[in-house]
Structure formats: structure tokens, C-alpha cells
Design a protein around this ligand. Structure first.
Ligand code: SAH
Length: 245
């Protein structure tokens, strides 16, 4: 990582109240190398240059720590982790969390696994699979304290896919871009259908880059009915209380 990249990372983290030590900066630098090397071989992420990766992957991932919803030790699922976001940056700054980055695409999960090993992140256990299947598996359903998810789907779809994984009292912390009132309304109704209640909608700007972001927090207040999640593909095709786009 160049000195400029390191400065951006430190400033972005400081904006979130995080102080990164030299070891953590070193881990982010190695992750940057792995991402850029691997992106030349496969289509892992659209972002290529250092400034974009530092701000729009690393710093953006850390914004799920806003509001302290992930404080305390616990089991955290990253639903639709892609190339490991937000799971890998979270694992670097929060070694106390037990993280399961999960994605339907095997090659992405293999990358996350290799990166976690290269960075010696012992708190990361990646899983390949679709939320519609894993959310029904014993040991996965009702097994997590938190679900984080970044840029995966509209809120009603996320509610149906994520809530089955949470224990009652657990939280879904969803990282979204800007959110329309219609999506929020459908998401709130979908959450109620699967045992959730909207706790917080926090619009903010991405540190330094200033893009619009929204953190949505849904608490699981009741056991999810057995019929959810519906069959593979149905949550996306026919989102609860929402017209498909
Ligand atoms: N969270 C990452 C990736 C976002 S792209 C980031 O912010 O960079 C969305 C990812 O979600 C894709 O990798 C896709 O494979 C995964 N995904 C979408 N629906 C899924 C489902 N039902 N089960 C598992 N993974 C899913």
C-alpha cells in the first residue's frame, strides 16, 4: 500500500472512531495485494485502483460498526460476502468476533478462505452456499447473534434470507446505499412477517468519499415461521410486500 493509501485508510477508520495499529495496517496492505493480484485472474471485484479499494471496500465495510450494533463477542454471518466484504475488514479490526463469510459463488468463497489463511485470521470460517438452503440447516438456523450484509439485495429480500439465521434477540445489520421510502416500507413489513422489527435507519456519508449510505438494523423478536426462507430464487423473484424490479 502506498503512503497515500495508508493515510486514507487511517483517516477513514478514524472517522469511524477506530484507531488502526501497525499490525492491522499491515493486514489491510496484504489484503490489497491479494485482491489486486487475484482480480487480474478472475472477476472478483469491479474496483481496481488503490484509492477505490481502500475507501469503497475497506472503509465502507467498517461502517457497519457505526452505532455499536456489533459490540460484544458473538457469532456473525456475512450473507453474500462476495470477495469478503464486510467480513475480512471486520475480522482484522474485531478479532473477538467469530465470522462466517458466506456466498453462493464457490470461487469467491475460495478467495476469502485463502485470504483469511494468508492473513492468519483465525476468527474466520467461510461457507459456500445459498441462504435459502443454509438457512434451513441445523447448526445454521437460529445460530447467529448478528447477520451483516453489504450490497446484496433489496430490504424485503434481505429480511427473508437473513432472519432465519438469527437467534431471537439477534440483529440484522444491513449496509445499503440510499434507500427509498417504498423499500423501507416493504422491508419493515417483510421483517414483521419473518419475526423481525425495525430498530434503526441511519443515513450517513461514506467517510472521505462522501457517497450516500444507509445502515438498517432489524431485531429478531420472534422465531421465524418454518415456511421461510422460501425455495431457492423465490425470495428474489417474489419479494415479500415488494414489486420485483
Ligand atoms: N458483500 C459483497 C458482495 C456483494 S455482491 C460486497 O459488498 O462487496 C452480492 C453477493 O451476494 C454475490 O457474491 C452473490 O453471489 C451473493 N448472493 C446473492 N444472493 C445470495 C443468496 N441467496 N445466498 C448466498 N449468496 C447470495
Amino acid at each position: 500500500m502506498t503512503p497515500e493509501g495508508e493515510l486514507l485508510l487511517r483517516q477513514g477508520a478514524a472517522d469511524l472512531g477506530l484507531h488502526l495499529d501497525a499490525a492491522q495496517i499491515g493486514l489491510f496492505a496484504r489484503l490489497l495485494v491479494l485482491l489486486t493480484e487475484t482480480s487480474t485472474q478472475m472477476n472478483l471485484t469491479a474496483l481496481r485502483d488503490e484509492r477505490d479499494i481502500v475507501l469503497k471496500h475497506f472503509v465502507d465495510s467498517l461502517t457497519c460498526l457505526r452505532g455499536g450494533w456489533l459490540s460484544g463477542e458473538g457469532r456473525v454471518l456475512d450473507l453474500g460476502t462476495g470477495a469478503g466484504f464486510p467480513a475480512l475488514p471486520l475480522a482484522i479490526v474485531r478479532p473477538d468476533l467469530r465470522l462466517t463469510p458466506m456466498d453462493a459463488t464457490r470461487k469467491k468463497v475460495e478467495f476469502v478462505d485463502r485470504a483469511a489463511q494468508a492473513l492468519a485470521l483465525e476468527n474466520v470460517t467461510p461457507r459456500v452456499g445459498r441462504a435459502e438452503h443454509l438457512g434451513r440447516e441445523p447448526g445454521q438456523r437460529e445460530a447467529y447473534d448478528r447477520v451483516v450484509t453489504r450490497a446484496v439485495a433489496a430490504l424485503p429480500i434481505l429480511a427473508e434470507l437473513a432472519l432465519p439465521f438469527l437467534r431471537v434477540g439477534g440483529l440484522l445489520v444491513a449496509q445499503k446505499g440510499s434507500l427509498t421510502p417504498e423499500e423501507l416500507e416493504a422491508g419493515t413489513r417483510a421483517a414483521a412477517e419473518v419475526g423481525g422489527e425495525l430498530r434503526r435507519v441511519e443515513p450517513f456519508q461514506l467517510p472521505l468519499a462522501r457517497d450516500a449510505r444507509t445502515l438498517v438494523v432489524i431485531e429478531k423478536v420472534a422465531v421465524t415461521p418454518d415456511r421461510y426462507p422460501r425455495r431457492e430464487g423465490v425470495p428474489n423473484r417474489k419479494p415479500l410486500f415488494w414489486r420485483a424490479t
